[in-house]
Design a binder for this molecule. Structure first.
Ligand code: NAI
Ligand code: 15L
Length: 265
């Protein structure tokens, strides 16, 4: 009997993985603060707030692995990010420790490194340069995962997802895009490799203009198959006029690096 937990299951990526990982393990336990509809064959649904430590302890009980997608996925107020991404991610790791879960995929983000210049080549050793409080919260999640690995041996793939959407919607995404199919194959590799350790992986397809190099995580054995080249001649991308002085163009984080700070009300 094997059971994988997906947090954030009502979100954009959660819905995709609910389909693409169906039947991969005996049971998919799906969780979100929002409704997830009806349970399908092989599914368990548990609705809860990741900020609720008692609920998350119950949620993680009996799971063999966790795909942790849940939380604020865009810049927001500090209070909202605090509950979902800071407290929530701590609750997931602490529950994993107490319930004996040995492996987690943490949905980190390119916004951990978003203030590096566009075009600069990065790998897993590049310095964190978050472009938002959201990016800072993902950097915290990565550090938490590193600590739980060194202290307790819980293995994590911290996947710095680029832009995981059906297509590349703008020129920046020609560098940052990852297909749903490549994300699915990465997840399978992460849970199947013998030794994962604590690994930082850039979640990006095989794009000709990618800024990110995964040679340091070759042990995972993941080779993305798709490429943003498919979208390079789309009319909306060819028509896009970029101002090289615009922070959204200058920095890898795009609009996040240009957006400014969200004030708490
Ligand atoms: P999304 O915003 O569509 O989904 C996130 C889900 O988390 C939502 O269903 C939301 O209800 C849930 N959630 C928020 N706060 C919660 C709480 N306190 N308790 C329980 N659930 C809560 O985001 P998406 O696009 O599906 O992304 C999934 C993960 O991947 C996020 O962590 C995001 O930061 C990360 N990511 C996604 C990228 C992408 O291109 N889609 C790029 C980089 C990172
Ligand atoms: C992210 O971290 C967001 O969750 C996603 O919605 C996109 O904005 C993505 O980064 C991106 O940089 O394209």
């Amino acid at each position: 009997m094997s059971r994988i937990l997906i947090t954030g299951a009502a979100g954009g990526l959660g819905k995709v993985l609910r389909e693409s990982l169906s039947g991969w393990h005996d049971t998919l336990r799906l969780s979100d603060i929002s409704s997830m509809g009806e349970a399908q064959n092989g599914e368990e649904l548990i609705q809860c707030d990741l900020g609720d430590a008692v609920a998350v302890m119950e949620l993680v009980k009996g799971c063999d692995g966790i795909i942790h997608l849940g939380g604020q996925s865009l810049e927001n107020t500090f209070e909202n990010i605090l509950n979902a991404n800071i407290r929530g991610t701590y609750n997931v790791y602490e529950a994993a420790r107490q319930q004996g879960v040995k492996r987690i995929l943490f949905a980190s983000s390119n916004h951990v490194i978003g203030f590096h210049k566009s075009g600069e080549k990065l790998d897993a050793t590049s310095s964190m340069r978050p472009d938002s409080i959201y990016g800072v919260s993902k950097a915290y999640g990565e550090m938490l995962a590193s600590y739980y690995h060194d202290m307790f041996g819980i293995e994590t793939a911290a996947v710095r997802i680029g832009s995981c959407f059906p297509n590349a919607a703008n020129r920046r995404m020609l560098s940052t895009w990852m297909s749903y199919s490549d994300f699915t194959s990465l997840i399978k590799k992460v849970f199947e490799v013998d030794e994962l350790g604590y690994s930082i992986v850039y979640g990006v397809s095989d794009n000709p203009d990618s800024w990110w190099d995964n040679h340091l995580t070759a042990h995972i054995g993941w080779t993305p198959k798709d490429s943003s080249a498919t979208f390079a001649n789309d009319a909306h991308i060819l028509a896009q006029v970029d101002d090289p002085e615009d922070p959204a163009v200058m920095y890898q984080g795009g609009g996040f690096a240009a957006a400014g700070h969200f004030e708490d009300p």
